[in-house]
Design a protein. Structure first.
Length: 427
């Protein structure tokens, strides 16, 4: 079995390799094709991956290429983890919006919008190549903004695709650790979109454990913390559910915006420094295991999420995983063809979303508004129409006015004109 990684120059790749090595018994991958456009990073990662395989004494062939076609051809799975424009583009996405009084973040709000405009055309090209070179392959999309990119894939491509994020498995792991049980015994009532979701219930096997889990969440919550990432008891009691961390940008908007404005450097600048250290470490010919520093990069359980999903498809385990795919009536408050993040039964052909209870009014409007923004953003990325892009920003709940939306669009297009030539020409 061949697995292809597009964007293999990412510092995350060694974690994925570690997961593949660790799970050879249930996921017999014989070839991993690593592809990236950065020759130096690709060579560093490929050499490190070979040392990891050799140290583990497993038979996995590591291939490397600067071209997508040979990497994709014959693959059973294609993992997408690209960053169009690199870390420099991310830093712009984070630092431009705050100048207009808006959150700057690589997946949420105008920053995620700019990243999606750059990324979607490239991912759709990858999907087209998969349809030609590996028509039975499934594209596992980790590329952020994961839900929005998967929206474009499932709306504008015929390739099989599933969007994946590490947040759901992170919640499952926390609850499993709290209860001292295996993660696969935990089932969540998880509803919403990628990076815009809430946990409404939890089960251990078939036992409802939500009162205990929510009570623990209330105990751990406090008044607003200095980093802004712990929700207050008052907010949790008001909602009656646990929001994902990215909802801080909505529920604690002013605090988070001021934190961004006063920070000595953006998160992208911090990550760039961590990545530089990691790439230097990866070049050490004596290193053959994932370094601890990688944990500071974020993306906890990335490898576990990917490998367990792929293994469930290969082995036809009929497991439940929380992934991004077509709604198909799972959430009755959203269109059937909208991409949502919900529990799905995983089969050999992909993900079948499980029926969810309707969203309550306190979250329904926000989800519907952000989904409208995602649909417009995907359309703008495909058509290159500036008017549609402006409509998308205007629809986003974090953009306060038409004037701000218009100025923000101009600034983002000007900053990324190398990657948005059609929009730049249409100004």
């Amino acid at each position: 079995m061949k697995l292809c990684v597009i964007g293999a120059g990412s510092s995350y790749t060694p974690e994925l390799i570690e997961g593949i090595i660790r799970n050879q018994a249930v996921l017999p991958i014989s070839t991993v094709a690593l592809m990236d456009i950065d020759a130096d990073r690709l060579r560093t990662i490929a050499d490190f991956a070979r040392r990891m395989v050799q140290a583990a004494d497993v038979e996995i062939k590591i291939e490397e290429t600067l071209e997508r076609e040979p990497a994709i051809e014959g693959s059973r799975f294609v993992v997408s983890q690209i960053r169009v424009g690199g870390m420099a583009a991310r830093i712009l996405d984070e630092t431009i919006p705050p100048r207009f009084g808006v959150i700057g973040q690589e997946t949420t709000g105008p920053g995620g919008f700019a990243k999606a405009l750059r990324t979607i055309p490239v991912v759709l090209d990858i999907a087209q190549e998969i349809e030609t070179l590996a028509p039975e392959a499934i594209l596992i999309n980790f590329t952020n903004p994961a839900g929005l990119v998967t929206e474009a894939l499932q709306r504008y491509s015929g390739a099989k695709s599933i969007g994946l994020c590490n947040l759901p498995i992170g919640m499952e792991m926390r609850i499993a650790k709290e209860l001292n049980v295996e993660r696969d015994r935990i089932r969540l009532d998880w509803v919403g979109l990628n990076h815009l979701n809430w946990t409404r219930g939890a089960y251990l096997d078939d036992e409802d454990i939500w009162p205990q889990i929510f009570s623990t969440a209330l105990e751990l919550a406090g008044e607003q913390t200095s980093d802004g990432w712990n929700f207050s008891q008052d907010l949790l009691q008001t909602l009656g559910m646990i929001p994902c961390g990215y909802l801080n940008y909505y529920y604690n908007h002013d605090f988070m915006l001021e934190k961004q404005r006063s920070a000595p450097r953006s998160r992208g600048e911090e990550v760039r420094a961590i990545e530089a250290q990691l790439m230097e470490m990866y070049q050490d010919p004596k290193l053959n295991k994932k370094p601890a520093l990688l944990e500071e990069r974020g993306g906890a359980y990335y490898s576990t999420a990917a490998v367990s999903l792929i293994a469930a498809i290969v082995n036809e385990n009929s497991e439940i995983h929380i992934v991004n795919t077509h709604n198909q009536g799972a959430i009755p408050d959203l269109p059937d063809d909208a991409v949502v993040e919900v529990p799905c039964r995983i089969t050999a052909s992909g993900a079948a979303p499980q029926k969810c209870a309707p969203m309550s009014a306190e979250i329904r409007g926000l989800v519907q508004a952000v989904k409208a923004y995602e649909e417009l953003t995907a359309e703008a990325a495909v058509t290159g129409e500036r008017r549609t892009a402006l409509q998308a920003l205007l629809a986003h709940p974090l953009v306060p006015s038409f004037g701000v939306a218009k100025e923000l669009l101009d600034a983002l297009i000007d900053a990324h004109r190398e990657y948005l030539p059609r929009f730049a020409e249409g100004k």
